[in-house]
Design a protein around this ligand. Structure first.
Ligand code: OXD
Ligand code: MN
Length: 610
């Protein structure tokens, strides 16, 4: 008897024609073997996949260099293939599913010839969580296998979950020499998320990341970059999951989840959406300079949020790892991340496209503590010369969240954590105040909808250009965002006790173009105000503006901060007279959604416009 999983894998093998099929078991031993083989390749004249770094200073860490054209997400090559274009909306590239499959089938024919097809069984979410999902990804890249083991809960037992009959007995095969290993027989459910991944020949002209939401299928070819290749992450846990969330009544969001502990030991859970490379990982691991305050990490990128029996919103992080931007990470900006990377490990850590200090065999990136090393090779392995970037601006680390010293003890709680506040943020050098509390759910949803951010290097596009990025989901919402905004409004109506909504902006600059707010650990002062407004709204002051409530300086804890009062006041300036261009831009954006935009958003727009 064959199972639905086996049948699907066999079909893909028939198309891609790999030399071998290897069923991963997610074990440590397996990951070590794959790493060793990746290191060994150089000795046989092949390109090295992994380079072992200085173990004393960076325990169990490996450097990987990607194809030079394959360094970031490629939004222009990413498609959501609903049967109707309108369902995908103006926020997505769309292709008819039949046409998309024809195209992908042609590109995938024989694409794994001479290679191993790895079959990865993994869970997004804790296996005991009612909110988790069982998934299978195939890939022809060992780097993807090792990364998926860090980023997800990868295990043979997922096969049992998909449809149990008996435990599979494969997995003893050696990776480079396996023939077609015996595939497991574990039941026959089709209830799993399917991920097809091949790097093909890396040709950017043949690169596509396509989603088929109704089939729970992602088909990605031509790229090995994290967001394009680790299909459990953006592709499933946001694009497809957002569609499942619409159908099933929950939210899949591009959000950090943290617990903020106060000096009395109370922990308030908060979820925060910020666009890519705007400091989500730093926020998730914030080290508080305020005595008695502590931030506990639950997730740095994705939150799945369901309404619990108590009418509150409960969040889980479906991932099990952190895939963060390396440049700018230091003991100053994110000490807990450096401790995570330098500490003893449960799992090996990967660095991708950082520079390498060849004297000490350590990874290096712009912004890391200490002087610039004398002998560096850049992210492509070439001798570095000053004036050029040594690490790629989107170079990354991939590390297990279990290695994080601030990991919340609730991380593995299958129920998740109850969210008391939702924060929307963007990178805005002008106009947007440091923090605003929305008047109510609908007004808060609009603050997420009108979010904008100046672009970064996480995706391939011009940096520093303002683009509207509602809820930080523009590249990740797997359907028409007009309907997504309605879904947010409906979720608010269904909750007896919805979270309060806030918006933040750490990035406002003064007349000399310098950031006013110090950011990083000092953001705890803003979080403290937010938590106090949630827990003791009558005790903590706020001033009403057309955008919502903002703190007066006396309402914020500012002791020990050396910023002149006039500058601090600038952080809170709200003068709707200055909002002409902003409101026009918001209006033009909203108009794109036509009939699909809920009327309530125009009501909120008109309230601000006055
Ligand atoms: C990420 C991104 O990698 O948002 O998290 O691009
Ligand atoms: Mn992200």
């Amino acid at each position: 008897m064959t199972t639905a999983v086996e049948r699907w894998v066999e079909e893909q093998a028939k198309l891609t024609k790999p030399d071998r099929i290897y069923w991963c078991d997610g074990s440590e031993e397996e990951a070590r073997r794959i790493l060793e083989i990746g290191i060994y390749r150089e000795k046989i004249g092949a390109e090295q996949v992994f380079h072992q770094l200085n173990h004393k200073n960076w325990p169990d860490a490996f450097l990987h260099r990607s194809h030079p054209t394959d360094v970031a997400r490629t939004e222009h090559l990413t498609y959501v293939c609903h049967p109707g274009k309108e369902t995908a909306g103006p926020n997505n590239n769309w292709m008819d599913p039949v046409e998309a499959k024809q195209k992908l089938t042609k590109l995938s024919d024989g694409c794994m010839r001479g290679k191993t097809m790895y079959v990865i069984p993994y869970m997004m979410g804790h296996p005991d969580s009612p909110y988790s999902k069982a998934c299978i990804q195939i890939t022809d890249v060992s780097y993807v296998v090792v990364s998926m083991r860090i980023m997800t809960r990868m295990s043979r037992s997922v096969l049992e979950k998909i449809g149990t009959s008996r435990v599979p007995t494969v997995g003893t095969s050696r990776v480079p020499t396996v023939g077609t290993s015996r595939v497991p027989t574990v039941g026959d459910s089709d209830n799993f998320v399917k991920g097809f991944h091949s790097v093909g020949d890396f040709d950017p002209n043949k690169r596509f990341i396509m989603h088929f939401p109704d089939e729970h299928l992602v088909w990605s070819i031509g790229s090995g970059y994290g967001g394009n290749a680790l299909l459990g992450k953006k592709c499933f846990s946001l694009r497809i999951a957002s569609w499942l969330g619409l159908k099933e009544g929950w939210l899949a969001e591009h959000m950090v989840i943290i617990g903020i502990e106060d000096p009395q030991g109370n922990i308030t859970y908060v979820a925060a959406a910020l666009p890519s490379a705007c400091g989500k990982t730093n926020l998730a691991m914030l080290e508080s300079p305020l005595p008695g305050y502590k931030v506990w990490t639950l997730g740095d990128d994705i939150a799945w949020m369901n309404i619990g029996p108590d009418g509150r919103l409960w969040a889980i992080n479906p991932e099990a790892g952190l895939f963060g931007v390396a440049p700018g990470t230091s003991m100053n900006t994110n000490p807990n991340m450096i401790k995570t990377l330098k500490g003893e490990k449960f799992y090996p850590t990967l660095f991708t496209n950082t520079a390498l200090n060849i004297d000490t065999n350590e990874p290096w990136w712009e912004g890391l503590d200490g002087p610039v090393p004398a002998n560096l090779v850049d992210w492509q392995g070439k001798k570095w010369t000053p004036g050029n970037k040594a690490a790629h601006p989107n170079s990354r680390f991939t590390v297990s969240i279990y290695d994080c010293p601030t990991l919340s003890k609730e991380f593995d709680n299958p129920k998740g954590v109850p969210i008391s506040a939702i924060i929307f943020g963007g990178r805005r050098t002008h106009l947007i105040p440091l923090v605003v509390e929305s008047f109510n759910w609908q007004n808060g949803v609009f603050s997420g909808v009108r979010m904008g951010s100046e672009t970064t290097s996480a995706a391939v596009h011009k940096e520093g250009v303002l683009r509207r990025d509602p809820m930080a989901m523009l590249p990740f919402c797997g359907y028409n965002m007009g309907n997504y905004f309605s879904h947010w409004l409906n979720m608010g109506r269904k909750m007896a006790n919805p979270p309060k909504i806030f918006s933040v902006n750490w990035f406002r600059v003064d007349d000399d173009g310098e950031f006013i707010w110090p950011g990083f650990g000092e953001n705890i002062r803003v979080l403290k105000w937010i938590v106090d407004r949630v827990n003791e709204p009558d005790k903590i002051g706020a001033k009403e503006t057309p955008l919502g409530f903002i703190p007066q300086l006396k309402d914020l804890y500012l002791d020990g901060l050396d910023i002149p009062k006039e500058k601090l006041e600038k952080l809170f300036e709200v003068d709707i007279k200055d909002w002409g261009a902003e409101l026009t831009d918001v209006k033009n954006f909203l108009e794109k959604f036509g009939e699909n935009l809920p009327e309530e958003m125009w009501d909120e727009y008109n309230k601000i416009k006055g």
